[in-house]
Design a binder for this molecule. Structure first.
Ligand SMILES: [Zn+2]
Length: 662
């Protein structure tokens, strides 16, 4: 599970250190910001750790196109054509080229033509004839185009035209609430299923639930398995090659995990993935680590198929201390969860929590990155072996340093709230993100009847319910005096930190509407869960007031005690829903509070944000690694640099993976 977005719309002024003359915000592309990510600690790693990082970096980049293909069946050929135009630009029509460039950047940031927050398609905004001319020019200049057998450029253009220009063709990548009578798989444009509806799945048992594409062929369901001799064979082959080469430089525990992962990529079998998950969780000490595989299920409306991602990171020792104090007291928190005692774990196992700095993220985790990750997702592995939780420090830092100042002031009602936000909300956000990941997701027992798989019972509602549960745990404990006892918050600051967090949480339900410029429903699970909690509190408690002032709407926290009491009540119910797999209750809760919003209010928020020119989301440019070869071909050194340019990095990745496609 993951935290996908920087949660707080108000961040404090950071002291600009002399070293931070360097650029963070590189450019704005429509509603997206492009930001450079820095990994300063890389240079303190040993040479062998750097060699390890280099192989894992290669393994991460190697899988990037798997995710492109999973997200949309036409993604890769669409990208090829766009990149051809950018690499062989005609000089005669700068306006169309600018429009194509802008669209291509959004395409890279979102991994295809679907907005990562709204799940909806965005279109290329230029004259289709001008686009056709640009493509023909690129072809004439020598660009390789993704022509089907026997196809010429004109036929290719005719085939792809609706994909670029018509938003009603395959309009939504993941549709969890398609409306009555419509099917969540048929209405979702992603490539995890082909010609499959929910009804086809009745009585069908998947052998490879996480790492397969389901296809209906001649009336029968077929699982196309992602493994070394299956779908994405070449990319997976390259990944395995680097995972195997990496083992020589890894700690013994990490080498075991990497070997288990390579084995899983060979067989694709669920039990081998489970063995890898266990080996990965049991490696608690290695300073460097990786996540590489079919992991998160948010893109699948059914919540079963894993989207491919690759990350490489190392521990940020300075920041890990606070997070570990929380993890060491996991049992203390579990014993005090405000839900029925039968859902508390009698013995919490091995929650390992760290602050980390990311070296690279690809696939489902880049260029748009999470800020916190807690894995593995298998409930039964978590219950027996524990889980590892990481908060992505350099990502949070880059968010903070690239956020415009006005973000702090627009949605705070008065000076006092603004001052609290300036002083405390980044601190509170980091603390609650840690609580969410380390204590929230790791907590709680589910009923034995669910076989450790509440996601199977809760289906498309599972992710929202699970994210709400983890947020509620964080909101509940951030106010607890134990924060002071653990040395995480100063005694005289606890009340302000709590209020700043509650205010920021309430404000976010309003501010996040800026991200959904069309329609009247939320699709993204974290956005749903945040709205769910705030709207539920509004209806059932006296914690939050809606205020109108000078034509602007504000969500104001009026009663901290009522807020926390409400959180406690809702958490008890959300835990019960998960533990019992109560699908109907989950659906009712999410539908009533988490999905629908007022378009008038959204339009107001969008106006206020546009007026300030604030971004809705951020794509990150990753650090770049380069190996220096010794005379014998071994790696003599690995250097890190910062491209500070989205286009050059995306083109470099595409060149590295072109030969690995199916
Ligand atoms: Zn989460």
């Amino acid at each position: 599970m993951r935290e996908s977005m920087f949660p707080s719309p108000a961040t404090p002024a950071s002291d600009a250190r002399a070293t931070d003359e360097r650029p963070y915000l590189l450019e704005r592309v429509g509603e997206a910001a492009v930001v450079q990510l820095y990994a300063d600690g890389f240079n303190t790693l040993s040479l062998n750790e750097k060699r390890l990082a280099w192989h894992l970096y290669q393994a991460a980049v190697a899988g990037r196109d798997i995710y492109y293909d999973q997200r949309y069946v036409h993604n890769l050929e669409m990208r090829d054509v766009l990149e051809a135009v950018l690499q062989y630009p005609a000089g005669d029509d700068p306006e169309s080229l600018a429009a194509i460039t802008r669209y291509t950047k959004l395409f890279w940031i979102n991994t295809g033509p679907y907005n990562n927050l709204t799940a909806r398609k965005f279109a290329l905004e230029c004259d289709p004839d001008a686009f056709a001319r640009a493509v023909r020019h690129a072809a004439a200049a020598g660009a390789a185009l993704p022509l089907a057998p026997g196809e010429d450029v004109d036929a290719l253009l005719a085939r792809l035209k609706p994909l670029y220009f018509d938003r009603s063709v395959d309009p939504i990548v993941t549709s969890k609430s398609p409306g009555p009578g419509k099917d969540i798989l048929e209405e979702s444009a992603n490539n995890l299923y082909a010609d499959v509806a929910m009804a086809d799945l009745e009585g069908f048992v998947e052998q490879y639930p996480l790492n397969s594409r389901l296809v209906k062929r001649g009336g029968t369901l077929v699982e196309e398995v992602y493994r070394i001799d299956g779908r994405y064979a070449k990319a997976i082959g390259r990944i395995v090659e680097h995972l195997e080469a990496a083992q020589a430089y890894a700690t013994p525990a990490m080498a075991r995990a990497l070997a288990a992962l390579a084995h899983f990529y060979r067989t694709g079998r669920a039990e081998d993935r489970r063995a890898y998950d266990i080996a990965w969780v049991e490696d608690r000490e290695s300073p460097l680590d990786t996540i590489n595989g079919f992991i998160e299920v948010y893109m699948d409306a059914r919540g079963r198929k894993g989207a491919w991602e690759g990350l490489v990171y190392y521990a940020n020792r300075e920041k890990t201390d606070a997070i570990q104090r929380i993890a060491e007291h996991a049992q203390w928190f579990e014993d005090r969860m405000p839900w029925e005692p039968k859902y508390r774990k009698p013995k919490v196992t091995g929650v390992t929590a760290r602050a980390i700095d990311v070296i690279v993220e690809a696939g489902d985790s880049g260029p748009v990155t999470p800020i916190g990750i807690n894995l593995p997702n298998d409930q039964d592995v978590r219950e027996v072996y524990g889980s590892k939780s990481v908060s992505l420090s350099n990502v949070s830092e880059a968010y903070e340093r690239s956020t415009p100042k006005e973000f702090r002031s627009e949605f705070a009602l008065d000076e006092a709230e603004l001052k609290r936000a300036m002083t405390w909300s980044a601190f509170a956000a980091e603390l609650t993100t840690n609580l969410h990941e380390v204590i929230g997701h790791g907590s709680g027992l589910v009923s034995e009847a669910l076989n450790g798989q509440p996601e199977a019972a809760l289906k498309e509602q599972f992710s929202t319910i699970e994210e709400a549960r983890a947020d509620l745990v964080a909101l509940y404990f951030v106010a607890d005096p134990v924060m002071v006892e653990l040395g995480l918050v100063a005694a005289d600051a606890l009340a302000d930190v709590t209020l700043a967090e509650y205010e920021s949480y309430a404000r976010n339900a309003l501010v996040q509407l800026r991200r959904v410029r069309e329609g009247g429903t939320l699709e993204e699970d974290h956005m749903r869960n945040r709205q769910l909690i705030v709207h539920w509190l509004m209806e059932h408690t006296t914690a939050i007031d809606v205020k109108r002032q000078d034509g602007k709407t504000y969500y104001r926290v009026t009663d901290v005690k009522a807020f926390r009491a409400g959180v406690s009540r809702l958490l008890a119910e959300v835990q019960r829903i998960k533990a019992e797999g109560d699908y109907e209750a989950a659906r009712a809760l999410v539908e009533s509070y988490g999905v629908h919003f007022s378009r008038t209010l959204r339009d107001e928020v969008v106006d206020r944000v546009d007026h300030l020119n604030l971004p809705s989301y951020t794509g990150f440019v990753m650090p770049r690694l380069e190996a220096v070869a010794a005379a014998d071909g071994s790696i003599a050194d690995v250097t890190m640099s910062y491209p500070c340019d989205l286009t050059s990095q995306m083109l470099e990745y595409s060149a590295l993976t072109r030969e690995l496609r199916d």
